[in-house]
Design a protein. Structure first.
Lengths: 145, 345
């Protein structure tokens, strides 16, 4: 497994350090998660040490970022996202029941899970949710603690 | 059993990916996924399959999180609460009150340089055995999404095993996941070193520990059969009732053969009764889970109405896993492996 380019080490160390602090982790915590020694991580963050691809992979994985960003500072463009559209039955139910926007949004997101659900009977075609279905889902999600 | 090679849903998936849809679609989808991963490896190299998983997750911009206990639901809810409203409630609904194995969530608000997707894998209790494979299943799904569909509609859920078996896309994704989880260029050499000339469960476990730690013996055995150079088959057997009304007995529940075994006319099939004199029966009666082996013959197996199967000597290795017996059939024909290879070629 190869090494990152030496000229990247200072910038890379800073990016690792910044992201670690952004997540509120100490060097010890990140080192333990990534299976590295604190001394090694400290030297990497200070740009004094090169790092193998394998170790960089582990650091990126733990920080939830990309190797491209850590090694080169490259960030991909944000993906376009479709606007949220509430089905009319959900909008009607929300209005009648007085649900908050956050609750209604949570129902829609939970419903999208259900829409992907496959039962042991192999049902693949989702049925259209009625107002009552949304109310039932609200009960399951918010009133069955 | 569904024929996946020409299933309309898989044809559509192939069309969406702009790959040939007029032949064996399952093969085309697998080839597409493998080619994509090979492309990833042209820039970054890996030494183990765990590193491969991290690399593929990195390239697909997926953060994998494993639920090891119920407490992890709270941890994830705190860490990713910004992803969506009432995330804690949704996680509890999914993982405490349903049979969900994994969730793939579109991250609408990634933190600085954060990943676009969050995959949550249930690794609690008995699901720990499958977590390794479920993680690959989630990644395989993304490998089969065409670029314009990369924006998910919020979630994708990996359903429980029974539900998955019914869906052709889920089955195809499982095929791809199996190929990736035991990446041939890493797993096959490790298996050959571990096995020397004889395919055993110990050898499979050693190879797995070497390059795919975390994988279950069940999943690893499937991969081992696929990559073993000689004829071989893997089966699981459980005590079950057969429709003829006879008393419950040890029956084959799943079996896979490699192409070489098919050439040797290995004809053991699902639902067949395991011969009582087989070492597979002995493994069932043995409370320890250590592997046992014996030289046996296919002619011990019988098909109702047709009698014994054709004569074929083989080495059987058996290991009990809970209430299930795992079996490896290899060295078919009773010849040393090297001679078998000559015969197959």
């Amino acid at each position: 497994m190869g090494q990152t380019q030496p000229e990247d080490t200072v910038g890379m160390g800073k990016r690792i350090s910044d992201l670690r602090e952004e997540r509120g982790w100490t060097q010890k915590q990140l080192a333990e998660r990534a299976g590295l020694s604190i001394t090694f991580l400290s030297e990497v963050e200070n740009g004094k040490r090169n790092v193998s691809y394998g170790k960089l992979l582990r650091i990126a994985d733990e920080l939830g970022t990309s190797m491209d960003y850590l090694a080169r500072g490259v960030q991909s463009d944000p993906r376009p996202r479709p606007p949220v559209e509430f089905p009319s039955a959900l909008s009607d139910a929300a209005e009648e029941q007085g649900w908050l926007h956050g609750e209604t949004l949570a129902l829609l997101q939970a419903r999208q899970l259900v829409r992907e659900r496959r039962t042991p009977k192999g049902t693949e075609t989702p049925k259209e949710y009625t107002k009552q279905d949304w109310v039932d889902l609200y009960t399951r999600l918010f009133e069955n603690d | 059993m569904i024929d996946l090679t020409r299933h309309p849903k898989l044809r559509q998936l192939a069309r969406n990916l702009r790959i040939p849809d007029n032949g064996d679609c399952l093969r085309a989808l697998c080839d597409h996924a493998i080619a994509t991963v090979r492309q990833m490896l042209t820039e970054w190299s890996v030494d183990t399959i765990e590193e491969l998983r991290m690399l593929v997750a990195d390239r697909l911009s997926v953060k994998l999180e494993f639920l090891d206990s119920d407490d992890d639901i709270e941890r994830l809810a705190s860490t990713y609460g910004h992803v969506m409203t009432h995330f804690r409630r949704i996680l509890r609904l999914e993982f405490l009150n349903s049979d969900t194995e994994g969730l793939l969530i579109d991250n609408p608000k990634p933190s600085k340089a954060g990943r676009d997707y969050l995959a949550i894998i249930d690794a609690r209790g008995p699901r720990k055995m499958r977590a390794y494979f479920t993680a690959w299943h989630e990644l395989a799904h993304l490998l089969l999404y065409p670029p314009r569909q990369l924006v998910l509609d919020g979630f994708r859920r990996t359903p429980g095993q029974n539900a998955k078996r019914k869906d052709p896309v889920e089955s195809a994704v499982d095929h791809v996941a199996g190929l990736l989880a035991f990446w041939e260029p890493l797993f096959a050499p490790a298996l050959r070193v571990a096995a020397d000339d004889e395919l055993t469960f110990d050898a499979i476990e050693r190879a797995t520990k070497e390059v795919a730690p975390g994988a279950s013996l069940y999943a690893a055995s499937f991969a081992a059969i696929r990559s073993w150079p000689g004829p071989a088959a893997f089966l699981t057997a459980e005590v079950a009732s057969i429709k003829d009304g006879s008393a419950p007995s040890l029956c084959v529940q799943t079996i896979i053969h490699n192409d070489r075994a098919r050439n040797f006319e290995c004809r053991v099939r699902k639902n067949m009764r395991v011969p009582t004199m087989s070492v597979l029966h002995r493994a069932l009666d043995d409370p320890s889970s250590s592997s046992q082996s014996a030289q046996e013959n296919q002619s011990w197996w019988e098909v109702s109405d047709f009698g014994p199967l054709p004569d074929l000597r083989w080495q059987v290795h058996a290991a009990r896993q809970g209430q299930v017996v795992y079996g490896l059939l290899s060295n078919m024909g009773g010849l040393p492996l090297r001679l078998e290879l000559v015969r197959v070629v």
